[in-house]
Design a protein around this ligand. Structure first.
Ligand SMILES: NC(=O)C1=CN([C@@H]2O[C@H](COP(=O)(O)OP(=O)(O)OC[C@H]3O[C@@H](n4cnc5c(N)ncnc54)[C@H](OP(=O)(O)O)[C@@H]3O)[C@@H](O)[C@H]2O)C=CC1
Ligand SMILES: Cc1cn([C@H]2C[C@H](O)[C@@H](COP(=O)(O)OP(=O)(O)O[C@H]3O[C@@H](C)C(=O)[C@@H](O)[C@H]3O)O2)c(=O)[nH]c1=O
Ligand SMILES: [Mg+2]
Length: 302
């Protein structure tokens, strides 16, 4: 454990993931030290590798930001998805518990079945529609079983100027096509990875400095504070791109039935984030503001 005057030490699983990269970017200004832990030293598919790697980082808190995130591919390799997202998450939480430090488990809107006609709150019934969501739900349960000193932070539709995400996919496809077909009947809350990083750091600070407050533990929704659908999100991406001199192909709004995928996605996975605001004092900006920031960075960096 670092002393009172030294920066908070956050051990984070993964090296190149969107959330890991955003945490590394945010660390200096936030006064935290982020220690990324990844393969081959820490491999979530090999639970025996986890505890020693985390202990060597001497963390004040552990953030499990690594996951098997290929939603369609997971349908073909459920064993791997569960090994990484469920057993791996449990091993990370057990390691944190062994060191007496809190664990922050990043989870997903895809734990829900999408049939609720309103935004989801934390204690709404879960019902994942695919292997990825089911494996992440099992991860939430494994973390809770390993230690009460946890926060499960469910986020959604993550994008960043780097990594694999919908914004970069749209811009890449838009570079060569005049028309894109995008589903308009799946609703959710796009979330900018740097906004996640700021929120994770704030929650970690609360958990470390207020070890006895049960209200700060448990499940929290942590997504961008506005909702949309994928087609409208694509339209916004291209409007911002055009305003910056980029291409703006036409977005054709289609239904999920016209865009078959191996994994079924929830029709509604909007997350209601009031609990995080009330108990942790943390709120994320609306996606419209962060998307503009993201496109500014993309135009400079690519
Ligand atoms: N992307 C999204 O839209 C959403 C993501 N989430 C959740 O947020 C978290 C962060 O996601 P995001 O940053 O987008 O993830 P990415 O897909 O960008 O990156 C995945 C990360 O997981 C690491 N990883 C994968 N397998 C292993 C393994 N066996 N051992 C160690 N590390 C591994 C990767 O390692 P390496 O760096 O070595 O490649 C990488 O750092 C995850 O828990 C995800 O489930 C929740 C909602 C939406
Ligand atoms: C590329 C493309 C996708 N789509 C659809 C497919 C899908 O329903 C939706 C989004 O596509 P993606 O593949 O980016 O979405 P997906 O991989 O399902 O994104 C999810 O990732 C995991 C990790 C999460 O945790 C979720 O919160 C969510 O962000 O857009 C189109 O309609 N047209 C297109 O041209
Ligand atoms: Mg995907």
């Amino acid at each position: 454990m670092s002393g009172p005057s030294s920066p908070l030490r956050l051990a984070v699983t993964g090296r190149e993931g969107q959330v890991v990269r955003a945490l590394l970017d945010a660390a200096p200004a936030a006064g935290v030290t982020v220690i990324p832990l990844g393969r081959p030293d820490l491999d979530l598919e090999n639970p025996a590798s986890v505890a020693a790697a985390i202990a060597a980082a001497r963390p004040d808190a552990v953030v499990n930001a690594a996951a098997y995130t290929a939603v369609d591919q997971a349908e073909k390799e459920p064993e791997r998805a569960f090994a990484i997202n469920a057993a791996g998450a449990g091993a990370v939480a057990a390691a944190a518990a062994g060191l007496g430090v809190p664990v922050l488990q990043i989870s997903t809107d895809y734990v829900f079945d999408g049939t609720k006609p309103a935004p989801y709150v934390e204690d709404d019934p879960v019902g994942p529609t695919g292997v990825y969501g089911a494996s992440k739900l099992a991860g939430e349960q494994a973390v809770a079983a390993a230690t009460p000193n946890h926060a499960v932070l469910r986020t959604a539709w993550v994008y960043a100027p780097y990594g694999k995400n919908f914004v970069r996919t749209m811009l890449a496809l838009g570079a060569t096509r005049d028309e894109l077909r995008v589903v308009a009947d799946q609703q959710g809350c796009p979330t900018y990875a740097p906004d996640i990083a700021a929120a994770v750091i704030a929650v970690a600070r609360n958990l470390v400095t207020r070890p006895d407050e049960a209200d700060l533990r448990g499940v929290f929704h942590m997504a961008g504070s506005a909702e949309t659908d994928w087609a409208s999100f694509a339209e916004a991406i291209f409007a911002l791109s055009a305003a910056r001199g980029g291409r703006a192909p036409a977005v054709v709004r289609i239904g999920t039935a016209d865009y078959p995928t191996p994994a079924r996605r929830p029709a509604n996975s909007r997350l209601e984030c009031g609990r995080l605001a009330r108990l942790h004092g943390v709120g994320l900006p609306p996606w419209q503001a962060s998307l503009a920031t993201c496109l500014d960075r993309l135009l400079v960096e690519t």
